[in-house]
Design a protein around this ligand. Sequence first.
Ligand SMILES: Nc1ncnc2c1ncn2[C@@H]1O[C@H](COP(=O)(O)OP(=O)(O)O)[C@@H](O)[C@H]1O
Ligand SMILES: [Mg+2]
Length: 397
Amino acid sequence: MSIALIVGGSDDLARRMSGAIGHPTVALGAEAVVADGASLLRGLDPATLPEAIVFTDEVPLARALSMADEVRAVRPDIDMVLIATAERDVMRDAMRAGIRDVAASIEEPVLLAGLRDRLDARSGGARLAAMTPMPQPPIDFTSRTVVVVSPKGGVGKTSVSSNLAVALAKQSPMEVVLLDLDLQFGDLSTVLDLEPIHTLADAFGAAARDNLLLKTYLTVHPTGFYVLCGADSPAANDKVGGEQVVQLIRQLQDQFRYVLIDTAAGLDDATLAALECADDVVLMSTMDVACLRGVRKEIELLTELSLLPDSRHVVLNFADKQTGLRVKDVEAMLGMPVDFVLPRAKEVPASANRGVPLLASAKSGPFVKTVKALSKRIDDRARASEEKRGHRRMEVA
Ligand SMILES: Nc1ncnc2c1ncn2[C@@H]1O[C@H](COP(=O)(O)OP(=O)(O)O)[C@@H](O)[C@H]1O
Ligand SMILES: [Mg+2]
C-alpha cells in the first residue's frame, strides 16, 4: 500500500479519498502550512514522505507551488496533484513545480482513477481491502471530437485546424487539444512555432496508457490550447495502427472538451480511426473539379462505411471567381451544401511562415471571420448535445 497526503483538507475528506483510491490517506489542515515560516518538510526525513501529495485549493496557490517545488527538490518521484482552475499560467507554473496533474476538484473521477492506478503500480497492486466508491459528481462536459479531412494535400487542412484551435480555445481555454495525425509529414509544430519535447511517437508508446502521463506529452500553445505534435521523422510512426489511434483519441476525450484532429491527405488508417471517434467532420475542398470529385468519392465511401458523423461542415478554400465555378455548381457536384467559403488570403501563408496563427494576430478579415463562424457552429452543436445529456458547462467571461 502507498500513502497519500492531502495538504489543505479535513480528516473527513481524507477518509473519503482513501475510500476512492484504495490507499491510506492523511490530511493536513491548510492552517498548518500557510502560517508565516511554516514548512511542509521541516523536521521530516524526505524518505518518509508519502507517495502522493494533493494540494487543495484551500492552500493559496503560490504557497502550494512553492511547497511542491521544495518537495520536488528532495523527492522528484512523489506524485503531486494540484486542485485549481486549469488556467494556462497555473498549468505552466504547476508543471514547473513538478506537479503532475491539475484538476478543478478533488472529486474528479479521472483524477482519482489516475492517482489510484499510479499508487497501485507503486505498491505492486496492494490496496486497502474495503473500497467504498466516493460519491461522484456528474461529469460536467461531453467531449467533442472534430476531424479535418480532405482527399488532397495543400487544400488548407492544417491552416484551418490550427486556426480553429485558437478560436475554440477562446471559448474553452485549456480544454482543447489539437492532434497532428498527419503521421508522416505533420507540420503543426512548424505553423504554430512550437518546439515540442515530446511527440506523437511518445504518446503511442506503452507508457502513455496512463491518461495523466499523456498530458505531460502535450505542448501548450500560448493562446491556451494543447498540441500533440507530430514526430520529427516521417518513419517514427510507421507501425502505428488504427487501434492505437482510437485508443489515443479516447484518452484525450477523457480529458478535453475538444479533441481537434488535423489529418494527412486521403483516407489512411489513422484518418479512418479518427473518423471512427468523430462527432464533427470538416470536409475541405478547393474549387477545382479534381478535388471536388475526390471529396464526393470520399463522402460516398465514408457513408458506405458509416464513418461520416451527422455533424458535417463543408469548407471551400481558395475560393475565387476565376475558377469558373460557382458555389451552386460545387454544391451540385458534392451533393451537399457548402457551409463556409474561405477566400484566398495572402495573410494565411504569411502567418504560417511566422508561426503565428492568423486568428491569434488579426481581429478581422474574411478568413478570420469565417473560421470564427465555423468554430461557433461547432461550439453550438457541442452545447446542444451537452444540454441533451443534461450537462451544464461553466461560462467563460
Ligand atoms: N485561404 C488561403 N489563402 C491563401 N493561402 C492559403 C489559404 N489556405 C491555406 N493556404 C496556404 O496553402 C498552403 C497549404 O495549406 P495547408 O493548410 O498546409 O494545407 P493541407 O494541410 O491541406 O496540406 C499553405 O502554404 C497555406 O498557408
Ligand atoms: Mg497539412
